[in-house]
Design a protein around this ligand. Structure first.
Ligand SMILES: Cc1cc2nc3c(=O)[nH]c(=O)nc-3n(C[C@H](O)[C@H](O)[C@H](O)COP(=O)(O)OP(=O)(O)OC[C@H]3O[C@@H](n4cnc5c(N)ncnc54)[C@H](O)[C@@H]3O)c2cc1C
Length: 596
């Protein structure tokens, strides 16, 4: 039976000792309510909810999956999911970070992120339902008209309704410029939406009475490609401008997918057959509006990778301490037992340390991005807001790309620690490995994160976010230049950031001569950037631990894990650098026919 204990000590260390969120929130208008007492209460109550309500539904939800009734077009979610959502709403979790004027609690996004990591670790499938609602609420808040916010946003924030994101069509996933769903105007200002969307998470379910679909579609005479896409709000049950619920809309679930993982998260084919919808934002500017939702969701999917890493690690560690196999190479460590536990073997330790390093380092990277998001939203200083916005935009593909890919690596390593028992369903490890697989695919594949990072955030936007991030690392290294206790990390970090800078310049030059160089280098650049970013957070962890009142064991553990990270994970950047330096020709020279 797989276990989960919320990592409260490390979350507190990350929030208070490393990121010092108390000081940030004390000075940011609108965040003053987030005192240590409130943060601790959210963490503790969140831990109880995720450990006691969500975690026990994880394996049963996976085995039972969702059921579709073609006669009614309705979906039944696994036993207990609906009731858990009721408890979540009742406790006020759903509106934790939403604006108070729409019925939320107005707490910082970083707190929502800490809660989200716990939710995803406890039950990734269940977590998708509130995640989509949160994204839909964010798109409506920023792009909806006043009446739309009044009528649609409040029920979302209060958890009476949920939301979806309807982009994908059978012939278009990554390339949304190809989408065909149509929107024709009605005389009353509404639109008739027609088309088929596939792979729609939470498109139909039994949690609540109404579902709000945010749908990308084309107006008549819209320009071809991404410049002709508009965003529409299409409710499952029609809703008048006065908020009155009307008849069933022609937006029906046609079937549900049978998937490799996240069985409790329903994935729907949605048929829109002249369904009533409302334009959100400006005509033909739908993609930009949808990006509000996608960016929120991309950071959130990064947290899914992190949550799975943490949970898989906890279980692998417990197993490595209990399972007795073979003796340590240097002689028995537990001579009173028939064999030593797995944890004595160096390569089992390598796998455990890899998971620990990604879980704790990744937690800091993720939370740091959310702190920047809070600064972007609340700071009164325009320059500070601009810097935070550039940092969030730059870090989003890194958080999404690295933490989800690490989630796959770590869930596989955790399964490996269990040996053959990891392959057996009842131990729970294979579910994590299956569930992790989707995180590098939806909300933009890893390749799309990589192209976004190098092509857009670094080259097109002239690397504004990267420059801020490098400057911050540089300032940290300068501050600690004479700190003997950190010397073993600061030197290599300075070298890695200098190389990161150099390689970025080199790629910019090569891309000027041949744009294929961007696509050829992007994947390696994403990992390169991610590993250096994690190195920075590992040094900050060691510095913060040393300066804290944490126990000697805690501090030693941080330092030793940082050593492992610098010695055995960070050097992966050299392989990525070599791949980037080899240039596009190593990928493009071979002809289509020569692939065989
Ligand atoms: C379980 C699940 C839930 C989902 N939930 C939703 C949802 O709620 N709403 C929604 O709208 N969609 C959803 N999706 C769709 C998901 O976002 C898409 O599957 C994803 O964007 C990829 O699109 P695709 O599957 O069509 O792959 P394709 O676009 O066909 O891509 C195939 C491969 O080619 C690569 N590729 C494509 N273009 C490039 C390029 N320019 N450079 C490098 N590589 C490239 C991709 O990375 C990928 O590896 C979901 C999918 C699944 C499986």
């Amino acid at each position: 039976m797989s276990r989960y204990t919320a990592p409260l000590a490390d979350l507190r260390f990350a929030l208070y000792d490393v990121l010092d969120v108390e000081a940030t929130y004390a000075r940011l208008p609108g965040c003053a309510a987030a005192t240590r007492d409130v943060i601790d209460a959210v963490l503790e109550e969140g831990a109880k909810f995720t450990e006691q309500v969500l975690a026990p539904l994880n394996a049963s939800g996976d085995q039972e999956g969702c059921r579709f009734d073609p006669a009614t077009h309705e979906v039944r979610t696994p036993k207990g999911f609906k009731e858990a959502f009721g408890q979540y709403v009742e406790a006020g979790w759903i509106g934790l970070t939403a604006d108070e004027k729409f019925g939320g609690q107005g707490l910082p996004e970083t707190l929502g992120a800490a809660l989200k990591e716990m939710i995803d670790a406890a039950n990734l499938s269940w977590g998708n339902y509130p995640m989509l609602s949160h994204g839909a609420a964010s798109a409506l808040e920023h792009h909806g008209e006043d009446w739309q916010r009044e009528v649609f946003l409040k029920p979302l924030v209060e958890g009476r309704w949920t939301g979806t994101m309807c982009l994908t069509e059978p012939h278009c996933g990554t390339d949304l410029g190809l989408l065909k769903t149509r929107a024709e105007p009605n005389a009353d200002g509404s639109y008739r939406i027609s088309g088929t969307k596939i792979f729609i998470t939470a498109g139909e379910h039994d949690f609540v009475d109404n579902i709000l679909h945010l749908v990308l579609a084309r107006l008549p005479d819209a320009p071809a490609g991404v410049k002709g896409i508009s965003l529409f709000l299409v409710p499952k049950f029609k809703v008048g401008r006065d908020g009155r619920i009307g008849e069933r809309n022609a937006a029906l679930c046609g079937s549900i997918e049978h998937k490799m993982g996240i069985h409790g998260s329903v994935t729907c084919v949605m048929n829109f057959d002249g369904a009533e919808g409302w334009l959100v934002g400006q005509p033909n500017k739908g993609l930009a509006a949808m990006f509000t939702m996608m960016n929120t969701a991309r950071l959130a999917v990064g947290l899914q990778g992190l949550g799975l890493t943490e949970r898989a690690y906890q279980n692998a560690l417990a197993y490595a301490r209990e399972r007795l196999q073979m003796r340590a190479l240097s002689g028995a460590k537990f001579p009173d037992k028939p064999a030593d536990p797995l944890i004595v073997h160096p390569d089992v330790r390598r796998m455990l340390l890899t998971q620990k390093a990604f879980a704790e380092g990744g937690r800091l990277l993720g939370l740091y991005a959310y702190v920047q998001e809070d600064i972007r939203k609340h700071s009164t200083d325009a320059a500070e807001r601009e810097r935070a916005e550039a940092l969030v935009s730059f870090l989003t593909p890194i958080v999404k790309g690295l933490l989800t890919e690490a989630g796959i690596e770590c869930t596989y390593d955790a399964l490996q620690v269990f040996g053959g028992h990891g392959f057996i369903v009842e131990n729970g490890m294979e579910q994590y490995a299956r569930d992790a697989r989707i995180t590098t695919l939806y909300e933009g594949t890893t390749q799309i994160q990589a192209n976004d990072l190098l092509g857009r955030k670094v080259l097109q936007l002239k690397g504004v976010g990267l420059k801020h991030f490098l400057a911050e690392i540089g300032a940290f290294c300068t501050k600690h230049a004479d700190d003997a206790a950190l010397a073993e990390f600061v030197g290599p970090l300075i070298k890695a950031t200098k190389d990161w800078s150099d390689i970025t310049l080199e790629l910019a030059q090569r891309a000027g001569a041949d744009p294929e160089e961007i696509g050829a280098a992007a994947y390696d650049y994403l990992f390169y950037s991610g590993y250096v970013a994690l190195a920075y957070f590992w040094v900050r962890s060691v510095a913060a631990a040393d300066a804290s009142t944490q126990s000697q064991d805690f501090r030693d553990a941080k330092r030793r894990t940082a050593r492992f990270y610098f010695a055995r994970i960070l050097p992966r950047i050299h392989a990525h650098a070599a791949a980037m330096k080899s240039g596009a020709s190593t990928l493009l020279d071979i002809t289509d026919a020569q692939f065989g």
